[in-house]
Write a protein that binds this ligand. Structure first.
Ligand code: S3P
Length: 275
């Protein structure tokens, strides 16, 4: 070194730093990729991204690893930054909404269509209303399909319309209240998307239900609705990934649905009784 010109030596040193930096960049990219995988693991198991106690332990262990007391401050600073970047990368993965369908299931009048339209707008996804699709397929209103061809024929059309939606691009789908009666429909929904059970107190449903378009509620609507709920509650529960209480304001329900879909751990618990 001593026989080299200072400028040559500086060149060499800079080259050496370049090589170290190249290696650092390679290792940093590797570390960030691992952070994203940790994010995916946490998302799947609903674990929080931030674990301050672990971060404190990790920084202390890296400082100890460095050995040189003169490096303690810089190493701590370096790992604080690395940890922040890792946390951000994890959070980005956790917040990612998978490009799959979002199916809304639940009783007639539970607010699936209204909520579905609002959710679709918030997520910039198309919205599909199964009942409307069925009416298009059959070229007649639902009440007439029931009257002229019977419920079984209606259910076949319902499964056909659902399959069309499922095989299309990601969208928010408001299903008819009886879509869960068919096991194949449930399996298809669960395989191709996230299924949210929109649950609303029956008294509220009865308060603003228009019966004219719902043949299954003909007669004593209150009695029919209660009977349907008794028959279907377990089916909705089993079909759904999460239950979404829809007894409050629409904006509030939309907000919670979005949080649920982004997998925020706190919000996941909204569906208390749904695994
Ligand atoms: C039905 C619900 C209706 C419609 C049809 C049958 C049901 O849809 O598909 O009248 O079996 O609960 P909504 O839930 O949108 O009313």
């Amino acid at each position: 070194m001593s026989d080299q010109k200072p400028s040559d030596s500086l060149e060499e040193l800079r080259d050496a730093i370049d090589r170290v930096d190249a290696e650092l960049i390679r290792l940093f990219a590797q570390r960030m990729e691992l952070a994203r995988r940790v994010g995916a693991y946490k998302k799947e198991r609903n674990l929080p991204v931030l674990d301050p106690e672990r971060e404190r332990r990790l920084i202390a262990s890296r400082v100890a690893q460095a050995g040189d007391p003169g490096l303690a401050g810089p190493v701590a600073e370096l790992f604080e930054t690395l940890m922040r970047l890792s946390r951000e990368a994890q959070a980005a993965v956790v917040a990612m909404v998978a490009p799959r369908h979002i199916y809304l299931i639940g009783m007639p009048g539970s607010g699936k269509s209204t909520l579905g339209q609002a959710l679709a707008a918030s997520l910039s996804l198309p919205f599909a209303d199964m009942d409307a699709r069925i009416e298009t397929l059959a070229a007649m209103p639902i009440a007439r399909i029931f009257a002229e061809s019977g419920e079984q024929a209606f259910r076949r059309l319902e499964s056909e319309a659902l399959a069309q939606c499922a095989h299309g691009p990601p969208q928010v789908v408001a299903t008819g209240g009886g879509a869960v009666l068919c096991e194949a429909n449930v399996a298809l929904m669960r395989a191709t998307g996230t299924v949210l059970w929109v649950d609303r107190p029956l008294d509220q449903i009865l308060g603003d239900l228009r019966q004219d378009t719902r043949p299954l509620l003909a007669g004593d609507a209150a009695e029919r609705l209660r009977a349907l709920y008794a028959e279907r509650e377990a089916l909705y529960r089993a079909a759904a990934h999460c239950r979404l209480d829809n007894s409050g304001a629409l904006a509030h329900t939309v907000q919670r649905a979005l949080a649920l879909l982004k997998g925020e751990p706190h919000e996941k618990q909204i569906g208390t009784d749904v695994p």
